[in-house]
Design a protein. Structure first.
Length: 277
C-alpha cells in the first residue's frame, strides 16, 4: 500500500488526510494519507524515507515550505517564491532511477480560488498580512492578475524586507498600521487558535472590502468574523486548499491509468468533506 504524508507544525488543523483518502478510495488506489507533526531536524529523515520507497508523496505546510528545499533533487517552482508544498517521485523511464521533486501548487490554488468566486483582482489595491511560507506564492499569483498595488505588513520587518528583494514593487507597511485597500489577505497563522487576533482597525476601513484568510480550519477566524460583522465580503482558504490538493493528487497519480495524472473533481461531496463542524 502506498503511503502519503502532510508534514508541518502545527498539523492538527490539516484536513488533507480527509480529502486525499477520499480521493484514493474513489479512484480505487490502495494508499493511505496521514499527517505528521515534525521538527525541522526531522526533514532529512523523512525525505530519506521517500528515497527508500517508504513514503510515496508529501505535502508540506507551515513552517517548512522553504526549509525542505535543500533536501530535494529538483525543484520546479518560480525561483522567487522559494516555497514547496508538494513533493513527489519522478522516475527516469530510461535508467529507472528516481528523483525527489518539489513543486508549488499553492499558486494555482490561490488563483483558482478567486476564479471560483469570480473575484477580479485587476486594478485593485491588495494588502497582505504576513511574510511566511505561502506568502511569496500569493504575491506571485497576484502579480499575474494585475492589481494596481500590493502592500505587505509583517510582524518581523526583516522578513518583509527580504520579500521585497524578490518582489520590488511591494509597498511595505508597519505592522499594526491599517492602509486603504480593496482586498486584504491574511497569510499568517494568526487565527489557528481561537483567541488569535490581528491588529487592524476595522472601524477605520471603508465599506465593501474583501477579506481573505488562507486558514480554512477554523472556517471563520476572528479576522473573518470581525469583517463579516461589518458587512464585508469574506472568504476562507477552503477553495485554495482544495485546488492545490487537486493538483498535488494529479502529480502523485501520473503513473496511474493516464500519463497526465488523475484530476479528481471538486464537487459537493468534496466540499462537505472539508466542512469541519
Amino acid at each position: 500500500m502506498k503511503k502519503y504524508l502532510v508534514i508541518g507544525n502545527p498539523i492538527d488543523h490539516s484536513l488533507s488526510p480527509r480529502l486525499h483518502n477520499y480521493w484514493f478510495k474513489e479512484n480505487n488506489i490502495k494508499a493511505v494519507y496521514e499527517k505528521k507533526q515534525i521538527k525541522e531536524s526531522d526533514i532529512g529523515g523523512i525525505i530519506s524515507e521517500m528515497r527508500n520507497g517508504k513514503i510515496d508523496g508529501i505535502n508540506v505546510t507551515v513552517p517548512f515550505k522553504k526549509s525542505v528545499i535543500p533536501f530535494l533533487d529538483k525543484v520546479q517552482i518560480p525561483e522567487k517564491t522559494q516555497s514547496i508544498n508538494t513533493i513527489y517521485r519522478e522516475k527516469n523511464k530510461v535508467t529507472g532511477s528516481n528523483k525527489i521533486v518539489g513543486r508549488n501548487t499553492d499558486i494555482l490554488g490561490f488563483k483558482y480560488s478567486l476564479e471560483h468566486i469570480k473575484y477580479n483582482i485587476k486594478g485593485k489595491k491588495i494588502f497582505i498580512l504576513g511574510a511566511g511560507g505561502v506568502t511569496p506564492s500569493i504575491i506571485y499569483a497576484l502579480e499575474e492578475m494585475e492589481p494596481s498595488k500590493i502592500m505587505l505588513s509583517n510582524r518581523t520587518k526583516e522578513k518583509a524586507e527580504n520579500l521585497k528583494k524578490s518582489f520590488p514593487q511591494l509597498e511595505l507597511v508597519d505592522w499594526g498600521d491599517t492602509k486603504n485597500f480593496d482586498m486584504i489577505v491574511n497569510t499568517t497563522s494568526l487565527g489557528l487558535k481561537k483567541d488569535d487576533k490581528i491588529p487592524i482597525n476595522y472601524d477605520q476601513i471603508g465599506l465593501g472590502k474583501f477579506f481573505y484568510d488562507v486558514i480554512y480550519n477554523p472556517k471563520k477566524t476572528n479576522f473573518l468574523l470581525e469583517a463579516e460583522k461589518r458587512g464585508h465580503q469574506i472568504e476562507n482558504g477552503k477553495m485554495m486548499f482544495a485546488y492545490q490538493a487537486q493538483e498535488a493528487f494529479r502529480l502523485w497519480t501520473i503513473d496511474h491509468n493516464v500519463s497526465t495524472g488523475l484530476v479528481p473533481p471538486i464537487n459537493k461531496k468534496v466540499l462537505q468533506i472539508l466542512e469541519n463542524d
